[in-house]
Structures are given as structure tokens and as C-alpha cells.
Design a protein around this ligand. Sequence first.
Ligand SMILES: [Zn+2]
Length: 67
Amino acid sequence: MVRFARCNALLSLAMDASGKGCRYVAKGASDDDVVKDMGEHLTSVHQVDPSEIPKANILATTKTNNG
Ligand SMILES: [Zn+2]
């Protein structure tokens, strides 16, 4: 079972490094892993300080893939 969250569900106008809508999907075995993965992505790609994004907002976009 994998937990995942889409970057563009969190930052609706997020662009990736080539200026296209960001399709990054953060994944992890638990909510904390997803939050950590997304935080690293936000820092490295969007120059967003993850501490400015409430954890609840990330969790609100986090889903479970049972496949
Ligand atoms: Zn992104």
C-alpha cells in the first residue's frame, strides 16, 4: 500500500523546471513519508519553504493506492 500526493493538487499553478505544469507525485509508505518527500520536492523545485505549507494541506491531497 502506497500513500501519494500530487504536487499540482497542492500548488495549483506549480510549474516544473521546464515551465510546464508540475506532475510530481510524492510517495511514501506513510503520511509522514509523503510529507517528507513532498517537502524535499517543494524546496528543490519550487523554492518553497515546506514549513510554510501546513502539513494538513499536504495530507488533504494525499491518497492511498491499493494497487
Ligand atoms: Zn512540483
